[in-house]
Design a protein around this ligand. Structure first.
Ligand SMILES: [Zn+2]
Ligand SMILES: [Zn+2]
Ligand SMILES: [Zn+2]
Length: 327
């Protein structure tokens, strides 16, 4: 991932509305965000409208997330707009290529395989069965003794026949008729969460956003991910760095570690210890999801790292709140 993209995403993850939408995706409440069609207003995304409140903000919101590489989009439909009044309530007319009338009769062509006779379906029909008009044999099984040989249209106005009609659009709102050339089309998408974003969120990106927000609410000045310069002169990066009030010396550092294999090893404890040894923050927290290994826990205690074990974001924040109160 590019640095710029990373920063842009972090910026977005800080947005409350983004957090809600992503949590809906991550919890499986939304698998694919599909537009819902309303005859009055056209396509819209009710699930996102509930989040952002203002329906006009839904599209900019979704395209921002797409541009930042958070969401993936797939063409869902194309909406045709009437060139005269702008309505999306447009229907299709299939018309006679000769006189342009849309009063056409569409029928199937049937071929009797045995004798090779081909005619319109209506000419085979006798009551509730098909009988060949040429050899008078009843037709029994489709694709065995007879087959559909295509479509045949007849114009009720000029009586000419053709196999491919021409199409035009009919506006149900202003009744204007328009051609493909005149109509304007708009792409409508369905959205899914990008696979790497899912991975990232399990790698605590999303958690970091929620914790940053919590610390801000607690009145701290928060940065993250952020670098702090150590006594050695080296820069060390922490998932979150929070400053208490005006005294910028009083700094809290937070690292996050998640494990897909149920236990977080001592590795992040060691990494955090090496950094705080050089940086000397007031306090250091390691948030482990879902829990730390026994060895890691012992090491954290030894190194004066405040370990927080949590099954999820909510638990992590609740536990951090307790620990901050205890200071
Ligand atoms: Zn119209
Ligand atoms: Zn015609
Ligand atoms: Zn026949």
């Amino acid at each position: 991932m590019q640095k710029a993209e990373k920063k842009e995403k972090l910026e977005l993850y800080r947005d409350r509305n983004v957090q809600i939408l992503l949590s809906n995706f991550l919890s499986g409440q939304i698998k694919t965000l599909e537009p819902v069609y309303d005859p009055q207003t056209g396509y819209h995304y009710p699930a996102v409208e509930t989040i952002v409140g203002d329906a006009s903000q839904v599209e900019p919101f979704l395209s921002k997330l797409y541009d930042a590489g958070v969401l993936e989009k797939k063409l869902f439909d194309k909406v045709i707009f009437c060139p005269k009044c702008g309505s999306a309530d447009v229907s299709f007319h299939y018309c006679c290529p000769f006189c342009k009338s849309f009063d056409i009769q569409k029928s199937s062509l049937i071929e009797h395989v045995k004798c090779g006779y081909m005619d319109l379906e209506a000419n085979f029909r006798q009551g509730d069965q098909y009988v060949c008009p040429k050899c008078h044999e009843p037709l029994r099984k489709i694709d065995v003794d007879y087959r559909k040989a295509g479509i045949w249209c007849t114009c009720k106005d000029c009586s000419k026949s053709f196999d491919i009609p021409v199409s035009e659009h009919f506006c149900r709102s202003c009744h204007a008729v328009s051609t493909f050339e005149e109509a304007s089309l708009k792409d409508v998408y369905s959205y899914t969460l990008k696979e790497n974003v899912k991975a990232e969120s399990s790698l605590s990106w999303f958690l970091a956003a929620a914790i940053r927000e919590f610390l801000v609410q607690e009145g701290l000045k928060v940065e993250g991910p952020a670098f702090l310069k150590g006594k050695s002169g080296a820069n060390h990066s922490f998932d979150i760095v929070a400053y208490k009030g005006a005294e910028s010396q009083k700094v809290i550092v937070v690292d996050l570690a998640t494990s897909t294999e149920n236990v977080v090893s001592e590795q992040p404890v060691i990494a955090l210890f090496a950094k705080i040894f050089d940086v000397s923050p007031e306090r250091a927290y390691l948030i482990a999801i879902p829990k730390l290994s026994e060895n890691a826990k012992k090491m954290a205690e030894l190194y004066n790292i405040h370990a927080i074990e949590a099954k999820n974001q909510g638990e992590a924040i609740a536990s951090l709140r307790e620990k901050l109160k205890a200071v």
